[in-house]
Design a protein around this ligand. Sequence first.
Ligand code: UD1
Length: 436
Amino acid sequence: MDKIRIRGGRPLRGKIPISGAKNAALPLLAASLLSDETLVLRNLPHLADIATMTHLLAQHGAEISMAGEHPGGGHMGHVLKLRAREITSTEAPYDIVRKMRASVLVLGPLLARCGRARVSLPGGCAIGTRPVDMHIRGLEALGAEIELDDGYIIAEAPHGLQGGVVVFPRVSVGATENLLMAASLAKGEVVLENAAREPEVGDLANCLNRMGARIEGIDGDTLRIQGVDRLGAADYAVLPDRIEAATYAIAAAITGGEVELIGAQTETMEAVLAALGEANVNVQRTECGIRVGVDAGAKGGVRGIDVTTAPYPGFPTDLQAQIMALMSVADGAAMITETIFENRFQHVPELMRMGADIAVKSATAVVRGSGGPGGGGLHGAPVMATDLRASVSLVLAGLASAGETMVNRVYHLDRGYERLEEKLSACGADIVRLTE
Ligand code: UD1
């Protein structure tokens, strides 16, 4: 299994191209099942999770071909043509779903298009139980009959889905996306209340509208969908990955360097850029993206700040581990509260092995920073993590540590960060992938 070796203490300097957003790409890929015409998706990141989703779609009968890359190099993203002329199987098997929870996003499209679906339950995962009850209740509100049997969701709507009102009891990105896709082909009007407002949900809604759906209220918490009989072809570019961009912003800050994030959009990153600003990190909009850096000499290093995760437009749970790594080397204490997932502090013991001073009490971690970026109090160690964002937080800590850090279980990183070691080493990091 591959490992990543980091020798820390080098300030990052340079430009980092930001890839298309994984969490937008996955539902957009699933949306191809809604139409018998071609969906062209551009700016797709090259990631293990994308490969898992295309594998699942092919298994449902979609024809998928690479349509080349943007001129100017791979970092501009991949282009895929997807055509689900006919759905040859309405079953999403356990073997694929267990690899990636987002596979459950085929449930809404299959049910809406074929009137039935059999999708494996994704089960628990490292960051919590993550049930899919809101996906199921929502589809039932549109007339689906759903049973759970033998680890599978068995859903039927032989006469098609109907209009209806779905009030989500709490904000769920995945449930909103599944319902949006299903509602696009329902008979009548569907209203989704307390819908997730994440930019990736907006990206999906915009693409569905290009395919002929009638969705109003995009980016708000109430979505109104007038169902249509069929969806057609579209050509759509995935939005830039705000989580990847913020991760590299934190990489610049934690090493006391300065990087320009090419293609990053400030509009979708307000909470995190505000938090970085409060922590004394300079953030500037540029013509091509965002410049992030730390002016250690003049203003002092990174300051400890308090952060609470929340649904968009709040501070993303997908950046909680990374900001904790930064706070481990900050000047002063920080309080980090996780409100979305119940078990998302698995990076804490690993960061502590690298010298971080962190105390966890239920959903809050108190981090006593080691006094400033650029090698301060952390030291390298062999580490591993059980999920994607936790793993990247260990890479960030490694960049700021004295000595060598070996990150094991690199496959987690490959699920969500495209060419991570290449992008970081191009800015001067000493980071290499070791293949065994
Ligand atoms: C998506 C993102 C993930 C991010 C998360 C929260 C993708 C592919 N993944 O995951 O990176 O961390 O949003 O921003 O886009 N819940 C229920 N019942 C349900 C559904 C969710 O109780 O039916 C709970 C979850 O356990 C969690 C919370 O709701 O506590 C939010 O989860 P949700 O927004 O659904 O996350 P995902 O869509 O799985």
